[in-house]
Design a protein around this ligand. Structure first.
Ligand SMILES: [Zn+2]
Length: 479
């Protein structure tokens, strides 16, 4: 997951899916009867094998930059070859690569892509209690860079594929395994896939990427489940201001630096308009709780009505995460002036990380910023703009996830969410593939927050949980 400091996930966007409660034993029966090949639920031997492969995968350092994902690609290829699974490496040059593999279904339904990125962000070993590239186990947890983001999902995907192949489970869809390079930086891997190699995946109906999650408490009890269906649109801008240069001993009121600082101040103090999505009520009820909402000034008897009230909106927006889902946000993240203390420079700039709500007009938003800057002569450059698309919240995939999860956590709602930050999922939505963020293992909030942080870790049992669950989801999707 790139362009975010923490894996501060999501916010709930809509709906609830309350499904019939079965048990995994039932699922096992169904797998047996549909495949006819005795495909029981993965046993502990298989899950322990998964943990071994996971730890080997984590021990390969794919810190990006430079990535060097060819090392993990060759590691995965060796396993896929050994299992007799059709696969290929797509060489991206500079020791970088993607891996594509597939277990064929009978073609009755369109393929599903199980997707992850092989690169990880850097880790400063000095701040870790266990080395970030040794995958040591302590207190029932695996410590390594990439456990949560996102090599764990990669191995859940891989082992599910291997299980389907070994047990000769006959599905209606091809199950594609796709591992790419460079998600944490420039997404060269995914750009290659939606360009030159789109023929390998463009027929797919669904793609499962990182994003939505299964949150649990310290005892492993599931407390919340989300599936991400889309993302806010990132817009990165640099505003460059010009002014007379001079010596620092003679301040100039209209200097480039003064203009930049004034503009930054105006932007920080702006009062953004609230954009209330119809699904926001369900989201805040889930995130805050109705009892707590009733105490917020401006409460009007129910959440929908209250959300129309400006006072209530403003109180809610004091929570930075809720605010991020009620407004187009702007974070001033970079300031650049002179590189010498006694020189007033010709130019000064500020960089802005803006995240736009669905349906926001980019050009209108930029015009608003120029006005706010107070300098009509300011030069605006768009450093990044990737319009994002959303996938439907009521598709067969979302329903399959909700149903499979409900067997393990009766009564827990699976809620579609939007994400603050960007993933590669947007690229695949542009091909018309319904792409969802869903990580099938369980993790506590503090484990999610360890992604991109120190002591990134996942519980061994919580990791194992993901494999039978993903298998069950694919079986549900086959019905
Ligand atoms: Zn990631």
């Amino acid at each position: 997951m790139r362009k975010t400091v923490l894996f501060t996930i999501t916010i709930i966007l809509a709906g609830l899916f309350f499904m019939n409660v079965n048990g995994f034993a039932d699922a096992a029966e169904k797998i047996k009867s549909s495949s006819g090949a005795g495909a029981e639920v993965p046993d502990s031997g298989f899950l322990n094998e998964a943990v071994d492969i996971f730890r080997q995968y984590l021990a390969i350092d794919t810190t990006n930059p430079p990535g060097n994902e060819m090392k993990t690609a060759l590691f995965l290829k060796k396993i896929l070859d050994r299992e007799g699974i059709e696969n290929r490496i797509i060489d991206l040059g500079s020791n970088r690569a993607n891996v594509f593999a597939v277990v064929r279904g009978n073609g009755e339904l369109k393929p599903v892509v199980l997707f992850h990125h092989m690169d990880v962000v850097s880790a400063d070993a000095g701040f870790w209690t266990h080395p970030p590239f040794e995958a040591q186990i302590a207190n029932g947890m695996i410590y390594a860079r990439g456990t949560m983001d996102i090599k764990g999902k990669g191995i859940v995907d891989l082992m599910t594929l291997i299980y389907i192949k070994r047990k000769d489970i006959k599905l209606k869809r091809d199950i594609i395994f796709l591992a790419v390079s460079d998600e944490e930086s420039g997404s060269i891997g995914s750009k290659k896939m939606i360009g030159e190699y789109s023929y390998l995946i463009k027929n797919a109906e669904y793609l499962l990427d990182e994003g939505g999650s299964i949150t649990c408490d310290d005892k492993g009890e599931i407390t919340g489940v989300s599936v991400s269906i889309g993302e806010k649109t990132p817009l990165w801008l640099t505003l460059t201001f010009k002014g007379e240069p001079g010596h620092g001993s003679v301040p100039l009121p209209d200097s480039s630096v003064n203009k930049a600082v004034k503009a930054a101040g105006n932007i920080i103090n702006r009062k953004p308009e609230f954009i209330i999505l119809p699904e926001l009520a369900g989201m805040v009820e889930n995130a805050v709780g109705v009892k707590a909402l009733e105490k917020i000034p401006g409460w009007k008897g129910n959440t929908e009505e209250s959300l129309k009230n400006r006072e209530f909106q403003a109180e809610l927006a004091k929570d930075p995460e809720i605010n991020a889902f009620m407004t187009n946000t702007i974070a001033v993240t970079m300031l650049k002036g002179s590189d010498k203390v006694n020189i007033i420079p010709n130019e000064a700039s500020i960089s802005l990380d803006c995240r736009l709500m669905p349906g926001t007009d980019k050009d209108g938003f930029i015009r608003e910023i120029v006005k706010l800057s107070g300098d009509p002569g300011v030069k605006v450059s768009v450093d990044e703009y990737t319009p994002t698309l959303s996938s439907p919240a009521d598709s067969a995939m979302v329903k399959a996830i909700a149903k499979s999860v409900s067997k393990k956590a009766p009564g827990v709602k699976t809620v579609p969410v939007l994400m603050f930050s960007s993933t590669d999922g947007s690229f695949y939505r542009s091909l018309g593939i319904k792409s969802y963020g869903f990580e099938p293992y369980k993790a506590t909030k503090s484990q999610y927050n360890s992604a991109h942080g120190n002591d990134e870790r996942i519980g061994v049992e919580n990791f194992k949980f993901g494999i039978p669950l993903l298998l069950d989801i694919l079986m549900e999707l086959d019905k």
